[in-house]
Unconditional design. Structure first.
Length: 289
């Protein structure tokens, strides 16, 4: 990856511009603007759909761990299948933050995605709320994530931390540029089901303890619509801390491309390229120039 002079950011000198990428800041061009619109809309609708479904399936009389897991599996599979090729279907601020720290996307797109996710979550909860009769609105508290009363706030943070850690670790492993081919062939046709399984598993495990929020945008959206911010901080702090731990662990130890040179480039090189094998000395020298 190379950087360009700031003076050329708004000038497209070639008849065919470079394809926009999430790990490169956009230029002032119609092509890049349309790309921004597509990824913003993708994250907004994807997160909105997630929040919409979360509100509708959270009725105490009919909800149970098995049905919750099935609904979560198919919801995430559908969202990733539709929006994955557009924005990556991150639909979760902790995923976006993790990819930013891992330098898979720029701060511009990180902020853009998180805004889209928060707005989408609020809109999804609002639409679901508008469709529900008043008696049901009171029954499910508009899809709020509520921890088990016997679980302390500290323990709930721990459960949510584990959930955020597991989600981000799965995503980093699935998108590792140096993972052996046998593990990546056919990846993106199976990725929707992989993400569905991961989230369904975590909901099945954690819902009886912390409520399995796992997604700050989803929890924030329903809290805003319900005007109830009780324990919301748990579902912001826990998953985010898990996300940070997962990135540090994967990038420094578990990644198939890990090396001291790569770690140095990741932390200090403004031209860091995730597709470069930094264990090769020549690659390190050429990218530091």
């Amino acid at each position: 990856m190379t950087t360009e002079n700031n003076s050329s950011n708004c000038v497209d000198t070639s008849p065919i511009s470079i394809k926009p990428s999430l790990d490169r800041d956009p230029k002032c061009s119609a092509h890049d603007f349309y790309f921004i619109l597509r990824v913003f809309t993708s994250e907004l609708i994807g997160t909105g759909t997630l929040c919409f479904v979360a509100v509708l399936y959270s009725f105490p009389p009919i909800t149970n761990p098995v049905s919750d897991c099935i609904i979560v599996f198919f919801t995430f599979s559908w969202i990733v299948w539709i929006f994955g090729p557009i924005s990556g279907a991150q639909i979760n601020p902790i995923v976006t933050f993790a990819l930013f720290v891992a330098r898979k996307l720029t701060i511009f797109y990180a902020i853009l995605f998180i805004i889209a996710q928060l707005v989408g979550a609020i809109l999804g909860a609002l639409i679901a709320n508008a469709l529900l009769p008043n008696d049901l609105k009171q029954l499910n508290k508009i899809g709020l994530v509520i921890k088990n009363p016997i679980i302390s706030q500290g323990n709930a943070v721990g459960f949510e931390l584990f959930g955020g850690f597991a989600i981000v670790l799965a995503i980093l492993a699935s998108t590792d540029e140096f993972r052996p081919t046998v593990w990546t062939s056919g990846l993106f046709t199976s990725l929707p089901y992989q993400m569905g399984v991961v989230h369904a598993l975590l909901v099945g495990i954690l819902s009886r303890y912390s409520g399995s929020g796992l997604n700050p945008a989803r929890c924030f959206g329903t809290a805003v619509v319900a005007n109830d911010f009780t324990d919301l901080w748990i579902y912001l702090v826990g998953p985010l801390c898990g996300s940070i731990i997962a990135v540090i662990l994967y990038e420094t130890i578990l990644s198939h491309g890990v090396s001291l040179n790569r770690l140095k480039a990741w932390l200090t090189n403004p031209n860091f390229d995730r597709n470069v094998d930094y264990s090769v000395r020549n690659e390190v020298i050429s990218n530091e120039r």
